[in-house]
Design a protein. Structure first.
Length: 245
């Protein structure tokens, strides 16, 4: 596939820099980081940005669009691990192993910034702040993955979907969009693979939430009508009170 390079965006003018790898960089340090970006290119919906098992060469920053991380599940199906969007980095799981551990697929048309890792590693030697930033992002990614596994292992199906919708809304809001009215780029199948549920269960839960008045659904358009009610659904059940001896 031929990619058309995108030339209009720079790190200094990027609205997502505070969420991305060069957060906190300015002046010559930011200029030097800018020079490590190999290209900014458009990706099309359904395009594979990184294949699981492929040699690791680049970290990609999301400039626009939304993506999904997935890998083969033990049962032969697909497990979706996350839905990166603007300001997020793709390929962090490959730094330690030298190979991409997850497949990265575009859920919509978008733009990514590709940063060759050898050049980035060399730059971090002279910029400790950049190295600390990458370490922080890696730590946050690991903590999020662990929290996801723990939550999915203990939460009931309504809790899982309610929390995901609230999390997506919060992330859209953090990026200047609406935290209550947004479009789902992912399919019902993607939602099911992320939540470890069946597609039928996801559809049934969305219908139940709509009937309960906590949200409105129109195809992929979601409107959170009662965020307090949705948070109540997402909350873990209260622990039983201890009885006095």
């Amino acid at each position: 596939m031929n990619h058309r390079p995108v030339t209009y965006a720079t790190c200094s003018t990027c609205r997502w820099r505070a969420l991305c790898l060069p957060a906190g960089l300015a002046g010559p340090a930011l200029d030097e980081f800018e020079r490590t970006v190999a290209e900014r290119r458009r990706v099309r919906r359904h395009e594979t940005v990184a294949a699981a098992g492929a040699p690791f060469r680049q970290v990609h920053a999301v400039l626009s669009g939304q993506f999904k991380l997935q890998r083969a599940a033990p049962d032969g199906g697909v497990q979706v691990l996350g839905f990166p969007m603007q300001g997020d980095l793709l390929g962090l799981d490959a730094i330690g192993t030298g190979r991409y551990g997850s497949e990265v697929i575009a859920l919509s048309d978008g733009v990514i910034c590709s940063i060759p890792y050898p050049a980035l590693a060399a730059l971090m030697d002279s910029q400790p702040g950049l190295a600390r930033r990458l370490s922080s992002l890696l730590s946050a990614s690991l903590a999020q993955r662990q929290e996801q596994m723990l939550f999915l292992g203990n939460a009931r199906a309504p809790q899982r979907l309610a929390r995901l919708l609230l999390d997506l809304g919060a992330r859209y809001g953090e990026r200047g969009g609406s935290a209550t009215d947004f479009q789902l780029c992912m399919s019902r199948e993607d939602l099911a693979a992320y939540l470890a549920l069946t597609v039928e269960s996801v559809s049934r839960l969305l219908s139940m939430f709509r009937q309960n008045g906590v949200l409105a659904v129109s195809n992929r358009a979601i409107a959170l009508r009662d965020t307090a009610g949705l948070r109540a659904i997402a909350a873990p059940p209260a622990a039983p009170a201890m009885q006095a001896a």
